[in-house]
Design a protein. Structure first.
Length: 669
């Protein structure tokens, strides 16, 4: 089941072992794989004191449930799984220790996916570095090695952590102290920036900061890659595993950023900044982490404006709590000195890479180039056919960042894209939709799709320096918890019709654009433990984008039960093409399909058109044409055999009387 990369006539795309073009369409599995099983979700209070004894066996689901879940995913037409795993899941017990039982379980999950005909690529996931710092990823013992006390992160306002901010005894699901998506504030807070600065370049800015005799950067990356290598070794023989993604949404901390105090004023606009939230400059962050109270600006996106502006100031770390056990390593490295409650920099260019290398290479480019090449060497030790799925910081990409030239062969641009307006506001009105990036109000579906296409093309363009780098959007998705969970309430009241309509429409617009651009993608996400509760959702920081929830399952066991927004994501597409698909269009109202196919008759396996029953409402239908076409009812496929090379213009028109009649016209040139 290997997947290869092919380039022809300026086009770069995936192919299978038969030479067919492959469109990889799938889901992320799953949102709760970021946390331990069974009670590691953020809707359970914890002080993380058990971080070395937790287990992730059971994420994404228990092994005995795997066949049911994979059969459902395959029935929805998906052919690919982006399977989530964290550094903590593999190495939570301690440095250089591996949870062998979890790796055995994880391999069995991959084998179960293979039985359902699903490709798998494994994502080594992280958000905001670790569970103990408000996200997921690194094991807790890492902070001890970094001379940090993670029990102080919340009180010191260095990280935004649901378990410390949320009142679990309150009746209200949505609370002002921890609003949905507020976990992303961590990208502005000191802790996230400190750890990533050390992870990527501690050997440059803190050369004497050593852990067990090894520089902090070298130690962290060695332990990280050691866990990744253990994972690769376990999966080396699993045939449906097509590659590894060594890091999710990498953040580069303070590298490439200025040391100066910003001195922002109330109402001041901040050009070039896209992220709302705290805007803490580096000196303030150093002081907050060291236990010095600071008043910091908060900047928000204003309606009908392309820039954010300072709306108010917050006081952080009022109790003066230091996260360091024995002093700040940056101060010890003589990057700065303290003069009362202010900092004086002694190395003003400490986080500008060229100050160490005497070059002007962009810091991010240098770091990620080295990281991805190192990851590729590990993959090649175990399977030379594995693809390397690569990402950059999504906000850097939308601002124009690109992968460095000469990425390893077999690299895939696996960038992410979301409609941030829907993601952060949990609201969608197709007739009046405000876009955070442009500041414009869109009033038609066409306007929204036009903007989606433009932004997704920016993500695709991140691979512009690498002509053999295809695109798979590793994350796209739509929140299900729109309008304060209105559809949840309606479901629990017994309503079964006209639910998830906004979510379905948003997904339809998204997939219309993905079809137009002929892009592979894996939707975020499928969470087996999801609940229709605003404080639970996918079990991680109140996020809820799962297209499945057991709360949707009715008394019978129909395979589609549990789906949310089914018609938005379960739709026709061409997973395998006997040649190359130039264009594809599906009209979700008329159900008409049209596509342009360049057939290569040297390829003997047919083009496969996924033709889902949920869209067409039938399990019996006939086809009007010749022997070029065949129906596989059990697989919901129309198989199209091109016996002569050339251009095929294919249309599928559906008329309804007593049954559906499918008429397909084609022409060879």
């Amino acid at each position: 089941m290997s997947i290869h990369i092919k380039r022809r006539s300026g086009k770069v795309y995936f192919t299978d072992s038969h030479g067919r073009q492959v469109l990889l369409r799938g889901v992320n599995l799953g949102g709760d794989s970021k946390v331990p099983f069974p009670y590691g979700g953020t809707h359970y209070p914890t002080d993380f004191s058990d971080h070395q004894s937790v287990s992730f066996i059971g994420r994404p689901f228990q092994l005995e449930e795997a066949d049911e879940h994979f059969a459902r995913i395959a029935s929805w037409g998906f052919n690919t799984i982006r399977l989530i795993v964290t550094w903590e899941a593999i190495a939570h017990e301690g440095p250089s220790q591996v949870d062998k039982a979890f790796l055995t379980y994880f391999k069995e999950i991959c084998l179960k996916a293979q039985q359902s005909g699903l490709y798998v690529f494994v994502d080594f996931h992280q958000d905001a570095f670790s569970r103990m710092s408000g996200g997921d990823g690194a094991p807790g013992w890492v902070f001890d090695k970094l001379n940090m006390d993670f029990t102080r992160f919340g009180d010191a306002d260095c990280a935004n952590i649901m378990q410390y901010e949320y009142d679990y005894s309150a009746k209200e699901c949505v609370q002002e102290t921890y609003l949905p998506m507020s976990w992303s504030l961590n990208y502005h807070l000191p802790l996230n920036n400190i750890v990533w600065t050390l992870f990527w370049g501690g050997h440059l800015c803190t050369p004497d900061f050593c852990i067990d005799g090894e520089n902090v950067r070298d130690y962290l990356q060695r332990e990280y890659f050691q866990a990744l290598e253990a994972l690769c070794r376990e999966l080396a023989s699993v045939k449906n595993v097509i590659g590894i993604e060594p890091i999710n949404e990498p953040n580069f901390g303070w590298w490439g950023k200025s040391f100066e105090y910003q001195n922002l004023q109330l109402g001041q606009k901040i050009p070039g900044k896209l992220k709302s939230g705290f805007h803490i400059d580096i000196p303030q962050a150093m002081l907050i982490a060291a236990g010095v109270t600071q008043k910091v600006p908060v900047a928000m996106k204003m309606e009908c404006d392309t820039q954010i502006q300072v709306t108010h100031f917050d006081t952080l770390n009022p109790d003066g709590i230091s996260i360091w056990k024995s002093g700040c390593p940056f101060e010890k490295a003589n990057l700065y000195r303290r003069e009362g409650d202010r900092i004086v920099w002694t190395k003003s260019e400490a986080f500008l890479h060229h100050s160490y290398t005497n070059t002007h290479t962009h810091t991010h480019t240098s770091f990620h180039y080295e990281f991805f090449h190192r990851a590729k060497l590990i993959l090649e030790k175990f399977n030379k056919d594995w693809l390397l799925f690569c990402e950059l910081d999504p906000f850097d990409v939308i601002s124009g960042a690109a992968f460095s030239p000469n990425m390893p062969l077999g690299s895939v641009n696996a960038g992410h894209w979301y409609d941030l307006t829907i993601l952060y506001t949990k609201a969608f009105n197709v007739d009046n939709h405000f876009d955070f990036f442009t500041g414009n109000n869109e009033s038609t579906a066409k306007d929204i799709m036009r903007r989606y296409e433009a932004q997704i093309n920016i993500v695709c363009n991140a691979g512009k320096h690498n002509p053999y780098m295809p695109v798979l959007l590793g994350e796209v998705g739509v929140p299900i918890n729109l309008d304060e969970g209105l559809d949840y309430l309606r479901w629990h009241r017994g309503e079964r019709h006209n639910l998830w309509l906004k979510q379905e429409l948003a997904m339809t617009l998204l997939y219309n654009v993905l079809d137009k651009l002929r892009l592979s993608s894996t939707q975020w996400n499928y969470t087996a433990s999801n609940r229709n509760a605003l404080n639970i959702g996918d079990g991680w920081n109140q996020e809820d984008l799962s297209i499945y929830s057991p709360d949707q399952i009715d008394v019978d066991d129909h395979i589609h039960h549990g789906a949310r927004g089914l018609l938005g994501f379960c739709r026709p597409y061409i997973p395998f093409a006997q040649g190359y698909v130039n264009s594809f269009y599906f009209d979700s109202e008329s159900k008409e399909i049209s596509f342009n196919l360049e057939v290569d008759s040297k390829i003997k396996e047919p083009t496969e058109l996924f033709f889902p029953y949920c869209q067409y409402g039938v399990d019996k239908y006939s086809i009007v044409d010749d022997t070029n076409f065949h129906i596989s009812k059990s697989r919901q496929r129309i198989l199209i055999y091109g016996f002569k090379s050339g251009l095929y213009e294919v249309q599928v028109r559906v008329t309804h009387n007593e049954r559906f009649i499918i008429s397909i016209k084609h022409s060879n040139t």
